[in-house]
Design a protein around this ligand. Sequence first.
Ligand code: GCU
Length: 342
Amino acid sequence: MLSALLEERALPPLRAREELLEILQREIYGRMPAAPESEEFTVETKVIWRFCAGKAVCDRVTARCVVNGRPFTFPFLVTVPTAPGPHPFFIHLNFRQDNPDRYMPTEELIDAGFAVLSVCYEDVSSDNDDFTDGLAGLLFDGGVRGPEDPGKIALWAWSAHRILDYAQTRADQLDLRRAAVCGHSRLGKTALLAAATDTRFAFAYSNDSGCSGAALARGTTGETVRDICERFPFWFCENYKQYVDNEAAMPFDQHFLLAAIAPRCALVGSAAADDWADPVSEFLCCCAAAPAFPGGFPCPDRLPGEDEAILDGRIGYHCRPGLHYFSRTDWQRLIEFIRRHS
Ligand code: GCU
């Protein structure tokens, strides 16, 4: 059954990882900015009093980068269990600085034995078409972009790489073999790109990322390339616009993004009532990416139920009832996925 559904989508075949990354950067996200010329981190420790009843310490870290000869700084929070490590950890690209946050149940993550490093995405670059502020301001002369210059998703993904640089300085507490990057919706798209372009991440998790994230564009019943390019053209490179109402001409589809994470582990999460992100197109994207992952995607030959988790392969998928939201159920399934593959 699934092979017939995939055939209908008429997807371009997968290629070697380097080619996937070249196509994805050229056609959709733009070229990832280079690593900074230099970088250092300043740490203010124990910024939340008695955090998690003493089970964890929360530090505020400032990344101090030099990009194109000019300084660029951004803050992030690092919450690490006080129990002896090293601990598996999440780099969570989030919408707010709050810790905990409605999308980040920090104490539960700590109780599960995980550390979490979280960044508020707009501390890196604004979520709009202004390419003169934040990191964008150091990359583009006068804010004008060429066809392959990065959009905001690539800039946010770059910040996850910097936070991982920081994690490497705390290898006694953070288990670098179990580094995960995760995010919800636009930041789920970002988490997938961050993992695809940096093999230091062992795990990637996209929550309800939908169009231009984990959902196939061809045959979607949710958001289309036209929808997203009309409202959020600044998330992508200029080249992406040529595929508005023209998905069939794309030399890629979103299974390229998942496949570029292989042979590492990727989990895609959907919400059953999130028609805009299109759970079926997210599931079929995992099926289409399967050949890139050792062991493939071990799933039954049917569409998943609205409360089902398929976690045994290095590409995994789960759907839960409810709306577009990064819920505790999603986190619990992500934790289970990482445990199974550690
Ligand atoms: C909009 C957008 C989606 C995006 C979502 C979000 O709905 O169309 O592509 O994922 O915002 O980030 O919340």
